[in-house]
Design a protein around this ligand. Structure first.
Ligand code: NAD
Length: 294
């Protein structure tokens, strides 16, 4: 199949590779052409604009930082919709909000194009290994036609409902994940200040009711002083904002999420935006005068 992929960053790079490695024809685009070098050496074709890429593809994927950029790439001058062929499909793998994808879907329907929100979870390791969880919103029948391609990137593909449902699932997940990073750093700092080594706290918690997937990312990240992204703090802050906006629009109160968002804003002001989201724990380290390190 002729597939197009736009956004070759920490996630897109690996997802595009997995598609290419399975033998599909792949056209790629990114605002930063340096991100394409390796994929081109593996056989991918470069397109200068999203419009040019769309004209060459039957199935299009994007993995982009935020809703504003997704909108620009889809609907802007030289955007996907200016080049896309009738009957093609477009899956946005980025984390955005339901309204963004609904607007794109609405405009694309005039061209008989199916649009899906398909945000992913599982980080760069999941992207590399093709083990992401992909949360799909959109037309169910049309989605099943492309399920096998999605499975090249994620071995856990979940149909969530109509367009926008995948984005909602992803924002709920990321609100939980970002909140846990803040709560865990607070709880663990009590333990360390109380005189128990961090790995003893980890051992007991990971065997007990406080265990979570997020806790299990700490030994290689925070506890090792490794703040390389992974998942950038700026993207975590963006997801918190999107989750809180969604809650506001639905009339749902978010006292805890508001505190977590404040923590992420503070960490961004410290200049840690391009570090991993584990950096938010450094605020708690500073406040309590300890380090959460092995
Ligand atoms: P990234 O910043 O590493 O990559 C984004 C890519 O988009 C970059 O290569 C950038 O050059 C490109 N880009 C920006 N503007 C563009 C434009 N106008 N046209 C074409 N390309 C453009 O981000 P990432 O970590 O790969 O994340 C991508 C998306 O996936 C985000 O929405 C993020 O929230 C989500 N996500 C990330 C992770 C993770 O662990 N990194 C996990 C799950 C979901």
């Amino acid at each position: 199949m002729k597939i197009g992929f736009i956004g070759l960053g920490l996630m897109g790079q690996w997802m595009a590779r997995n598609i290419l490695a399975s033998g599909h024809e792949l056209t790629i685009n990114d605002i930063n052409q340096n991100t394409a070098k390796e994929l081109i050496s593996m056989g991918a074709e470069w397109a200068d604009t999203p419009s040019e890429l769309a004209a060459k593809s039957t199935l299009i994927f994007t993995s982009l930082p935020n809703p504003e950029i997704v909108t620009e790439v889809a609907l802007g001058k030289n955007g996907i919709l200016t080049g896309i062929k009738h009957g093609s499909s477009y899956f946005d793998l980025s984390t955005t909000d339901p309204d963004t994808i609904k607007e794109i879907s609405h405009k694309a329907s005039e061209k008989n194009v199916f649009v899906f929100d398909a945000p992913v979870s599982g980080g760069t390791i999941g992207a590399k290994e093709g083990t992401l969880c992909i949360m799909v919103g959109g037309d169910e029948q049309e989605y099943t036609k492309y399920k096998n391609i999605l499975e090249l990137m994620g071995n856990q593909t979940v149909y969530c409902g109509t367009v926008g449902s995948g984005a909602i699932c992803k924002l709920v997940n990321n609100l939980i994940a970002m909140t846990l990073k803040v709560v865990l750093s607070e709880a663990l700092s009590i333990g360390v200040k109380g005189g128990v080594p961090i790995m003893k706290l980890y051992e007991t918690t990971s065997m007990s009711t406080g265990d979570t997937h997020i806790l299990r990312t700490f030994p290689k990240g925070l506890f090792s002083g490794n703040f390389n992204p992974g998942f950038k703090l700026s993207l975590g802050a963006k997801d918190l904002g999107l989750a809180i906006n969604l809650a506001d629009s639905l009339g749902v109160p978010t006292k805890i999420a508001d505190i977590v968002q404040e923590k992420f804003s503070e960490a961004m002001e410290k200049g840690w935006k391009d570090e991993s989201t584990h950096s938010v724990a450094k605020l708690q380290e500073e406040l309590s005068g300890i380090l959460l390190r092995k």
